[in-house]
Design a binder for this molecule. Structure first.
Ligand SMILES: CC(C)(COP(=O)(O)OP(=O)(O)OC[C@H]1O[C@@H](n2cnc3c(N)ncnc32)[C@H](O)[C@@H]1OP(=O)(O)O)[C@@H](O)C(=O)NCCC(=O)NCCS
Length: 342
């Protein structure tokens, strides 16, 4: 870098000579909305097609049906509809969005990324737009990045979307993976907390690339391949550790958390986590039965279901945790800031 172009980091941090449009503030999740394809494939249909038993799949995954996008349905259109709904629920005008983040590994085209297409479709014409890739940990990673933008005053309002049509990368002939996955989208609006409640606490993120072969898609066959038992072991161990670390970092104990929203990878992983951490099942969200694993979308889908069921209220403490390919994982505690009558 040329000497004359360098920014003195100290004077930059002090804001000398560099003005920021926004003031740093305490970020919160202001709203959530989802969009799921209407067509589905039931586990009974899939089992018949694969020549395996429906009971084997249900007992190991908890999944009875998964939404599947039609070939002409576009991920970016689902993401835009969920994004628009989240903005309207939060009372935020699209023109006031500063940043659109889309966590996905199944964007409609290899290029462009989904975020600019979604930003345009929702009317967020002033916003920057970035896709982020951390597989099933993508939404949580986006929550960390989006919250940091608001905390530092680099943005005021962020539209964060977790969106995946995972069935587009699933080999329908592979009995070890096809039963697990489904399609869906969930969006949240992040912005300055309104009043006393609402916060995004510390988010602990981790990664271990030595686990890369356990879930991967290569360019040649473009289908998801997975070592199920290996993923299972790591998913339970890493999400359990991250849960404890995140709750501690937030200055809380597990008993202070009102709701645990985990990546909906499969029902057996959720049960194993609850058992390992001795969490009462009524405080663990399990919506996998009719949704399957929609990768980056599962956390906002879980939040939205919990809100619909009256299990979220302004001020509720929610643990979010995810695990995915990479391996990547993480956890964080959020104080729900959604509007009471949303
Ligand atoms: C995929 C998963 C359900 C498989 O269950 P499992 O008990 O570990 O099963 P295995 O893969 O060891 O297979 C055990 C046997 O069942 C068979 N099997 C695999 N899938 C089957 C199916 N759908 N129906 C019937 N039998 C099946 C296997 O062929 C194997 O038989 P074999 O020993 O004769 O070859 C389980 O490993 C799992 O949940 N892993 C985590 C995956 C996940 O959630 N990934 C997403 C994370 S982001």
């Amino acid at each position: 870098m040329l000497e004359s172009q360098r920014i003195d980091p100290l004077s930059h941090a002090r804001g000398q000579g560099v003005s920021s449009e926004f003031a740093p503030s305490r970020p919160a999740i202001l709203s959530v909305a989802t969009e799921v394809p209407s067509a589905q494939v039931t586990t009974a249909e899939l089992a018949e097609r694969l020549g395996v038993s429906e009971d084997w799949i249900v007992s190991r995954t908890g999944i009875r049906a998964r939404p599947v996008a039609a070939p002409d349905e576009r991920l970016s259109e689902f993401a835009a509809r969920a994004g628009s709904a989240a903005l309207s629920r939060a009372g935020v005008e699209p023109a006031d969005v500063d940043l659109v983040l889309v966590a996905t590994l199944t964007q409609d085209e290899l290029m462009p990324n989904a975020a600019p297409v979604v930003a345009h479709a929702v009317g967020a014409d002033r916003a920057g737009a970035i896709d982020l890739g951390a597989a099933c940990t993508g939404f949580l990673s986006g929550l960390s990045l989006g919250a940091a933008q608001i905390e530092t005053g680099r943005a005021e309002r962020v539209l964060l979307i977790g969106a995946d049509f995972t069935t587009r990368i699933v080999d329908w002939e592979d009995k070890r993976t096809a039963p697990l996955f489904g399609d869906g989208v969930g969006a949240v609006v992040l912005g300055p907390a309104a009043g006393e409640v609402g916060a995004i606490g510390p988010i602990i993120l981790g990664a271990d690339g030595s686990g890369a072969p356990a879930i991967h898609i290569d360019h040649a066959d473009r289908k998801l391949r997975m070592d199920g038992p290996e993923v299972y072991r790591h998913a339970v161990a890493r999400m359990a550790e991250a849960t404890v670390s995140a709750v501690e970092a937030a200055g809380l104990g597990l008993e202070d958390v009102d709701l645990f929203v985990y990546h909906q990878a499969n029902g057996r992983i959720l049960r194993a986590l609850a058992e390992k951490l001795q969490l009462p099942s009524e405080r663990v969200v399990d919506v996998i039965e009719n949704l399957g694993n929609s990768s980056a979308a599962t956390l906002p889908l879980g939040l939205a279901a919990a809100e619909r069921e009256g299990r979220l209220w302004p001020g509720a403490r929610v643990l979010l945790s995810a695990f995915g390919a990479g391996f990547t994982w993480g956890a964080g505690v959020v104080e729900w800031g959604g509007l009471e009558d949303a």
